[in-house]
Design a protein around this ligand. Structure first.
Ligand code: ADP
Ligand code: MG
Length: 800
């Protein structure tokens, strides 16, 4: 077979003959060579020390060279399957360590006959092997159960260049050996080994050997059989090694500009892949990781800066308000409010006024603590567009929130102008006639405000005269969605964009995810707001639970309302885990590990809690309602209306109420199974109460044990009302986890190594280098590889 050239795009099914392995890899998202090389190990194992059998210490990993003296396959009586037992002795190897010879037993169990036969063939009497494993003592003898075995070619053929899978097999030897010398084998097994996220179908070791095999093929070594150990390790300076390194570098060109690589002392890209997947030392592994981490930061920042430069160059409708001191629409609106703007609101409104007056699109992210008054800011921006004769769209993540916005905005714009400023609501579940009418209004280009759920903001939506898109609660949308919202071209101009979020994002994270946006912060809460009192309650503490319910009853009798939040809707079990969670409710996947799952009592459901609480003496005569993402739209609307009006002052729901819902009289919130939520999510939920200047209370109920990590997480919420601090803690608890969830990272999912908090320095450095580079070469004409990587990064993620 002629040598085909392999690139990062080469599909691995053209390289591997083992179809089952190809399909197992696909389940990890590995389809191409590039996918395989960027399937990074999450850690590197310590190198295994070489030790003679007599030096063994129980339960400590070791490796040694030995000769097989006995080997037999024994069918097991009690169970189906076989046991393979081999005895090895290490006199030659022990002598090199000045130790007496020792004996050890190797044991393998399997119910697959062909596996034991294959292993028995490898362990034929007289074969020299390298054994690596963890010793134990069994009936007075040292035993290794399922050790790793590397077979060594017999001495007489060691002078021949034995290469696994090589086209020319050494004459007369049909048997296949893994390595050609003891030294090579020991080098191999004693090297630090990367550890990968694995599955029942494919172990970390198999993944490792496959990736190393692929790396070999990319570098032109024909180690095509991935089930053999593929890398000749001795003599890194050999000609073969040089040829290999050169071929690898050619197939995997560097992305980072040479100057930056040199300045930061980083590896070549090809070298980094090799150091990660086939490290000669733990240091090399870490250097490889740092290199590719920097590369990710650099590509990401270059892409963001380029996008920002590009959008600065596209045209937008300038929304100039020709205000005569206080006569303009925005000023009249501000004057009409029943409260004074906070200083923060005033500043952000000013910045927006400046941005929107320009003839290229505003790109602004407004981060504001829950309850900091973002809606007023958004409305001021929308009115500026309307005043200039354009349309503005406010996109909300849920129906409940869209309806609430429509209502608030209608009442706030009442009487500002005559005729009234049209406020149109468009939702996915709307009756056809109503939707037609709304769409027609949008299409007519009549200046006004349109409020849409993101579901309704579909391809059929066309606003012909759109100057501004406001996205509320950005964290509920994916980045791609945000981009698709803006990229609705209207008469060749791009709308201004204001993105709002209450999930505070640490600065460097914002730089990573929203580096293409200008960022404003609303830190101050409007005056008169009393801090929410937060309690962490153990559900088994009946007395405290009872007094909590009595307290809530007293608040309801005083005319206030209470939210009760549960994780699940009901018990209809179709996922084997007991119940359905809400589509719109996002349960934090990081909160609890899988293994903990089994041991726990089932999670509370909306149905169960509503039924149970209604029966409590504390709630006699109180109206209860439930709300979940599964309810029909009309039901949701009605339920929220009844709750706001006090008809049903207790609302048991899933996290559908998490975002933005603003019922002023709500003063209490109880969150069951609170340990199952992300911290920022709890903070959001808590922000549903205390919006009307009353005292307010949040009760975090859980069955987490005192002193457990879960309880420690809840304590963070108890101790802090500062969203930024909570977000930071959340990131720390999740380690490298993704505070914004998968949808948020969207295309940014190509960030596999970069950690937005720990890698702050890298991000800052990469950004300044990217700025310099783009200033000199805006189109990256001189950096084709980087230009390509940026394009890949910006392209929506492929769904396989
Ligand atoms: P969020 O930033 O969480 O979206 P909202 O915009 O819903 O917050 O505002 C929360 C509440 O605070 C609303 O009832 C709003 O009318 C009120 N509010 C906004 N700005 C002020 C202010 N400057 N002074 C007093 N109340 C305000
Ligand atoms: Mg809001």
């Amino acid at each position: 077979m002629g040598r085909m050239s392999i690139s990062l795009d080469t599909p691995i099914n053209s390289l591997l003959s083992n179809k089952r392995r190809v399909s197992a890899l696909k389940s990890f998202g590995i389809v191409s060579v590039g996918d395989a090389l960027t399937y990074y190990p999450f850690r590197v194992g310590d190198p295994v020390p070489p030790r003679a059998i007599r030096e063994a210490r129980p339960a400590e990993a070791m490796a040694f060279a030995a000769v097989v003296t006995q080997s037999r396959v024994i069918p097991m009586n009690a169970r189906r399957g076989y046991r393979l037992e081999a005895v090895v002795e290490d006199s030659a190897f022990a002598a090199t360590r000045r130790m007496p010879a020792g004996m050890a037993r190797l044991v393998f169990f399997s119910n697959r006959r062909n596996y034991v036969d294959w292993m028995a063939m490898r362990l034929a009497t007289g074969t020299q092997v390298i054994v690596s494993g963890i010793p134990s003592e069994y009936m007075g003898q040292l035993q290794f159960t399922h050790p790793d075995i590397v077979t060594v070619a017999p001495a007489e053929i060691q002078s021949v260049d034995v290469q696994p899978g090589a086209a020319t097999q050494p004459q007369a030897h049909t048997k296949h050996y893994d390595v050609s010398s003891v030294k090579e084998g020991l080098d191999h097994v004693c090297r630090p080994r990367p550890v990968y996220h694995a599955s029942a179908r494919l172990s970390s070791d198999r993944i490792h050997e496959t990736i190393v095999g692929i790396l070999n093929m990319v570098g032109g070594r024909e180690a095509a059989d991935p089930s053999s150990v593929g890398t000749p390790l001795q003599g890194f300076e050999t000609e073969d090694e040089q040829r290999f390194a050169a071929a690898l570098a050619e197939a995997i060109p560097d992305i980072l500009p040479e100057t930056i690589r040199a300045e930061r002392g980083l590896m070549h890209r090809a070298e980094a892949f090799r150091a990660i997947h086939d490290p000669i030392s733990v240091e090399a592994f870490h250097k490889g990781i740092s290199t590719l981490r920097y590369e990710e930061a650099f590509i990401c920042q270059t892409a963001l800066l380029q996008a920002r430069n590009a959008s600065g160059a596209t045209p937008a409708h300038p929304c100039v308000s020709d205000e005569e001191q206080g006569e303009g629409l925005v000023s009249r609106f501000i004057a009409s409010l029943p409260f004074q703007l906070t200083e923060g609101q005033r500043q952000v409104i000013d910045s927006i006024r400046g941005d929107m007056a320009k003839n290229h699109p505003m790109q602004r992210l407004l981060q504001g603590e829950v309850g900091s008054g973002k809606t007023v800011v958004a409305l001021a921006a929308m009115l500026q567009a309307v005043e200039a004769g354009y349309q503005a769209v406010l996109v909300a993540p849920t129906l409940v929130l869209a309806e609430q916005h429509a209502e608030t905005i209608r009442s706030m714009t009442q009487g500002l102008e005559s005729p009234q400023i049209p406020v149109t609501l468009i939702t996915g579940g709307m009756k056809l006639a109503a939707r037609r009418k709304a769409h027609a209004m949008a299409a007519s280009g009549e200046p006004g405000i349109i409020i849409a759920t993101h579901a309704a903001f579909s391809s059929t939506f066309q606003a012909s005269n759109l100057a501004l898109v406001v996205i509320d609660e950005q964290h509920r949308f994916g980045v791609e969605q945000r981009e698709s919202l803006q990229s609705k071209p209207v008469d060749g101009s791009t709308p201004h964009m204001l993105v709002m979020t209450a999930t505070p994002i640490p600065r460097t994270a914002a730089m990573t995810w929203f580096g293409d946006l200008d960022i404003s912060w609303l830190t101050e809460l409007p005056g008169g707001r009393k801090p929410i009192r937060t309690f962490v309650i153990n559900e088994d503490d009946g007395r405290t639970m009872a007094s909590m319910f009595s307290h809530i009853r007293a608040r309801i009798d005083a005319g206030e309302r209470a939210y009760i939040v549960c994780v699940r809707i009901d018990d209809t079990s179709n996922d084997g885990k007991g119940g359905t969670t809400d589509d719109e409710a996002t349960l934090d996947p990081y909160a609890v590990g899988d293994d903990e799952e089994q041991a726990r009592p089932p999670l509370h459901t909306v149905a169960e809690i509503a039924e149970r609480l209604q029966k409590l003496p504390q709630f006699q005569g109180i109206g209860f309602a439930t709300l979940t993402g599964r309810d029909k739209d009309e039901v949701k609307t009605q339920v929220m209306a009844d709750f706001a009006a006090g008809k049903t002052p207790v609302l048991v729901s899933t996290t559908v109420i998490e975002v933005g819902v603003d019922v002023k009289q709500a003063s209490c919130i109880v969150i069951f199974d609170a340990d199952r939520y992300g911290l920022s999510q709890l903070h959001q939920l808590r922000g549903r109460v205390g919006r009307g200047g009353t005292n307010s209370w949040a009760f975090l109920v859980s069955r987490a044990e005192a002193g457990s990590p879960a309880e420690a997480r809840l304590q963070v919420i108890h101790d802090s009302l500062d969203g930024a601090q909570i977000a930071q803690a959340d990131l720390e608890f999740r380690g490298a986890g993704d505070v914004l969830g998968d949808t948020q990272s969207g295309m940014r999912s190509s960030l596999k190594l970069l950690r937005v908090v720990q890698d702050a320095d890298i991000i800052v450095d990469a950004r300044s280098h990217a700025e310099q580079l783009l200033a000199a070469d805006p189109q990256l004409e001189g950096d084709k590889q980087l230009a390509g990587a940026v394009l890949d990064f910006t392209r929506p993620t492929r769904h396989s």
